[in-house]
Design a protein around this ligand. Structure first.
Ligand SMILES: Nc1ncnc2c1ncn2[C@@H]1O[C@H](COP(=O)(O)OP(=O)(O)OP(=O)(O)O)[C@@H](O)[C@H]1O
Ligand SMILES: [Mg+2]
Length: 269
């Protein structure tokens, strides 16, 4: 079964879009069929991947019925990963998008194009508004990227509250895939202090073991609108994202193990 995973956090600028692009690219390198979808009216993923080279059509056009799925699902050069932008958003479209989110149409549209992919990663806007709620409602899991900055950490409880509310009222099977420490600089004293605090505040198991370090190559890749794995001389950060993709798969297998073990308890044949 495919997995729809929202990459979301209350705070802006924590690395949501960067995570979508680079985790998606790494899952694809591990052999998974991946689709990246822009759920952010600012069009984060479209910008990060230079999608406009191919199309400016996107989710908004599906919602307005003026494009077909094949017009907006754009395969990358090697055809095994696809990108879907939000579309060319005019200011009045933001309100339309929010209304469609509340009506459940945004989530249904995303689910309707998910077939045939192993992982669908949704780039979310910051905050806890209607669009984020709709993306969480349409997802099987959520990854929460955070930075070790006190202002970011203070927003985590509010975001977890939203996740609980979505689980209670809209999507009981939504699972927290993990919180991801992003842009970590282990030589910065205040960051390591916040890191130690965060580790005390939440159960260790909720965090990915993989930390994504602060690395200038992310900005270099961003200028070229490519994943870091494509850049020469960016092995460190590229390896961190491969580790993250591998860990996501391992956590998924471990999460499913209880049920599987029961099913096979009488033997394999
Ligand atoms: N590991 C990293 N090392 C250095 N810079 C990074 C790293 N990850 C992300 N960045 C930079 O941080 C900035 C914010 O990243 P990004 O746009 O992914 O955040 P976001 O959470 O999607 O922001 P928004 O809330 O505005 O959508 C970008 O300039 C990006 O290049
Ligand atoms: Mg973004």
């Amino acid at each position: 079964m495919n997995k729809i995973i929202a990459i979301a956090c209350h705070k802006g600028g924590v690395g949501k879009t960067t995570t979508v692009l680079n985790l998606g690219f790494s899952l694809n390198r591990l052999g998974q069929k991946v689709m990246l979808i822009d759920g952010d009216p600012q069009g984060g993923i479209a910008i990060a991947s230079n999608l406009k080279k191919r199309t400016t059509l996107g989710i908004i056009n599906l919602l307005k019925n003026d494009a077909r799925p094949e017009d907006v699902i754009i395969p990358t050069r090697d055809k095994t990963m696809s990108v879907v932008g939000i579309g060319a958003i005019e200011p009045e479209d933001v309100l339309f998008l929010e209304k469609e989110a509340l009506r459940g149409n945004l989530g249904r549209t995303i689910q309707s194009i998910a077939d045939g992919f192993d992982y669908i990663l949704l780039d979310s806007p910051a905050g806890i508004g209607g669009i984020v709620t709709a993306l969480l409602t349409a997802s099987s899991g959520v990854i929460i990227p955070i930075n070790c900055r006190s202002i970011v950490v203070k927003t985590i409880p509010g975001f977890l509250k939203l996740i609980n509310r979505v689980r209670d009222k809209l999507n009981p099977s939504l699972r927290i895939e993990g919180m991801l420490i992003n842009m970590f600089n282990e030589n910065n004293r205040s960051e390591t202090e916040v890191y130690n605090e965060v580790m005390k505040q939440f159960p260790q198991t909720v965090f990915f073991n993989t930390l994504i370090p602060f690395d200038e190559n992310v900005e270099r890749a961003s200028i070229k609108a490519v994943p870091v794995g494509i850049l020469p001389k960016a092995q460190n950060i590229a390896r961190a994202y491969i580790d993250l993709a591998t860990e996501l798969k391992i956590r998924e297998i471990q999460g499913n193990m209880g049920g599987v073990a029961d099913e096979y308890a009488e033997g394999l044949f």
